[in-house]
Design a protein around this ligand. Structure first.
Ligand code: G16
Length: 548
């Protein structure tokens, strides 16, 4: 079909890339200071259109968010038809297009792709688009819709305005697979609410007997959406929730002194929750990040008056314990379920104690993937039940079609069996497309109720090694090249020095990797004592600064 050159030229000239463009589709799409994103919105929108054409016109999502980053940043990422991330093979394509600094270069790069994918004049690409509550979000979204409007002969789109990132992942999947759920925000709440209440009920619980919760929403979109979820479900559930840091009308407060990243990195309470509240035995505290795709839980332990974090590693192990316990209770006259494969996917940031626990106590495989949910998700698909969590609280549990078929056949033989029903309901409750703070929090609540575990028992499953994550600002983070699932540095040549420092402390571990979402290098250290961990972190950080 004709390449729409003049339409593209006009919008390219309206939002030209800078002459020195050096953009990169990173860990979670493009992420930058929001003022630098205008031209990127054009490239991303065009590539999303081509991706839709390449997938037989299935719907593709575009999410405008910078998640845990500061309020001045923003970002954008593309969601594939199944609700997972854009396949990595497309990343260099969108990167390269975004770095075409003149219209001639842009056209020369794009036209062959257009001619390859846009072949049938009778069908259009389909896009769903949304943003979080960042101040720059509506302006950036408007650039995308301008492009879709001028390319209206080729594309249909639906603008959902404000959503959490996982809500758009869910909706994208629903647009392509009606059996997954209703492709609306209400449909998302219904799916979560129905499975949550049913799971509690069939296991002899009710919303009245769950733990009390204080949820820090990072002043982000999760605050509005959690309120809407609670409104859409039984009223007794809302009585259990206290929502704080919900000032979405003050965009400058997003992620500031609050939210999952702040709590995990600083290992302390966010602003808005005081020590006394967090010490209450019947209350669990939780934090979302700016776009509500991460969850961490925590409390003050009354036995030692200390802040106690239940991070992504602990969430993975809680959910694994529930799933293993349900599988162990399945009827034994059908052995198909004994063949179900279960794997837990972590990253190098996983606490060493959690990995030991998975291997030695749960007897499950622990796989180490590169940072970025796209890498973990990919690995998790290799299992019938793939449990993946980054320590920072980003993760989910993927159930395979084989798992689903086995459960349905078991249910036919045992229609009243609670374990089978519970496993099938977990498949609905836990977002199958991406990590989801609201869905993960509901899964945590259900797990604690069904396993009859207190937050203290959950926390004591294993004891974390002291650990520290530091952000080091360097001139050029691209000089830092890693290997071995980011556990070793290839460049600059300081790995031997890191290894030496690690060998000087007990149970030491440390690694250095460039961030894919912020202009910084991250240094992780863990050791048997807080002092040794601090020492290791300081010394490795010094190495990084000297080498940069
Ligand atoms: C994003 C990714 C996560 C990753 C995090 C930090 O999270 O989705 O997988 O762990 O960035 O990545 P990096 O260390 O490369 O900066 P979010 O919640 O910000 O979307």
């Amino acid at each position: 079909m004709n390449f729409p050159e003049s339409s593209l030229r006009s919008i390219f000239n309206k939002y030209p890339p800078p002459a020195n463009a050096n953009f990169q589709y990173g860990t979670a799409g493009f992420r930058l200071n929001a003022t630098k994103l205008d031209s990127i919105m054009i490239s991303v929108s065009i590539i999303a259109i081509l991706r839709s054409f390449s997938c037989n016109n299935k719907s593709i999502g575009i999410m405008i968010t910078a998640s845990h980053n500061p309020p001045i940043d923003n970002g954008v990422k593309i969601i594939d038809p199944n609700g997972d991330m854009l396949p990595q093979i497309w990343e260099p394509i969108v990167t390269e297009l975004s770095n075409c600094t003149t219209f001639e270069k842009f056209k020369d790069y794009l036209k062959p792709l257009w001619n390859k994918y846009v072949v049938n004049p009778n069908i259009k690409a389909s896009i769903v688009i949304a943003r979080d509550t960042r101040e720059s979000g509506s302006r950036l979204l408007n650039i995308c819709t301008q492009l879709f409007d001028i390319l209206s002969p080729f594309v249909d789109y639906k603008n959902f305005n404000e959503l959490t990132t996982p809500q758009l992942h869910y909706i994208t999947r629903c647009f392509n697979d009606k059996s997954f759920g209703k492709p609306t925000e209400i449909g998302y709440y219904e799916k979560l609410s129905n499975s949550f209440i049913e799971l509690l009920t069939i296991n002899g619980h009710s919303p009245n007997d769950i733990t009390n919760l204080i949820v820090d929403c990072a002043n982000g979109v999760g605050a509005d959406k959690l309120k809407l979820f609670l409104k859409s479900t039984s009223s007794s559930l809302s009585n259990k929730f206290k929502i704080i840091n919900d000032e979405t009308n003050i965009p400058s407060s997003l992620n500031v002194n609050c939210g999952a990243d702040f709590v995990k990195t600083n290992q302390k309470l966010p602003s808005g929750i005081d020590h006394i509240e967090a010490s209450n035995d019947s209350t669990l505290c939780a934090s979302f990040d700016g776009d509500a795709d991460r969850l961490v839980c925590y409390f003050i332990d009354n036995t030692n008056n200390k802040f106690t974090l239940l991070d992504g590693d602990k969430i993975a192990i809680l959910l694994s314990s529930l799933i293993s316990s349900l599988i162990n209770q399945l009827p034994q006259n059908n052995h198909n379920h004994n063949k179900l494969s279960i794997g837990i996917i972590q990253t190098a940031y996983a606490n060493g104690s959690s990995t030991n626990f998975i291997i030695n106590e749960l007897n499950l495989p622990s796989i180490c993937a590169k940072t970025g949910v796209k890498h973990l998700h990919h690995e998790a698909l290799n299992y019938d039940i793939g449990i993946y969590f980054e320590a920072n609280g980003h993760g989910t549990v993927l159930f395979s079609e084989n798992f689903h078929n086995i459960m349905i056949s078991l249910l036919n033989d045992h229609p009243e069996n609670i374990s089978i029903k519970s496993l099938l309901l977990l498949n609905d409750l836990i977002n199958q497309t991406v990590g989801d703070a609201i869905s993960d929090l509901l899964a945590v609540i259900v797990s604690l109720s069904i396993l009859k575990k207190s937050k203290l028992q959950w926390s004591n499953t294993y004891i974390d090694l002291p650990n520290k994550l530091t952000k080091v600002i360097v001139n050029d983070r691209n000089k830092f090249i890693t290997t071995d699932a980011e556990r070793k540095l290839v460049e600059p040549p300081i790995q031997k020095d890191i290894d030496h420092l690690v060998s000087t402390v007990t149970n030491g571990r440390s690694f250095v990797r460039p961030s894919g979402t912020e202009d910084a290098v991250r240094v992780y250290a863990e050791a048997a004592s807080v002092e040794e961990c601090q020492y290791l972190s300081n010394e490795v950080s010094k190495l990084v600064i000297n080498a940069s």
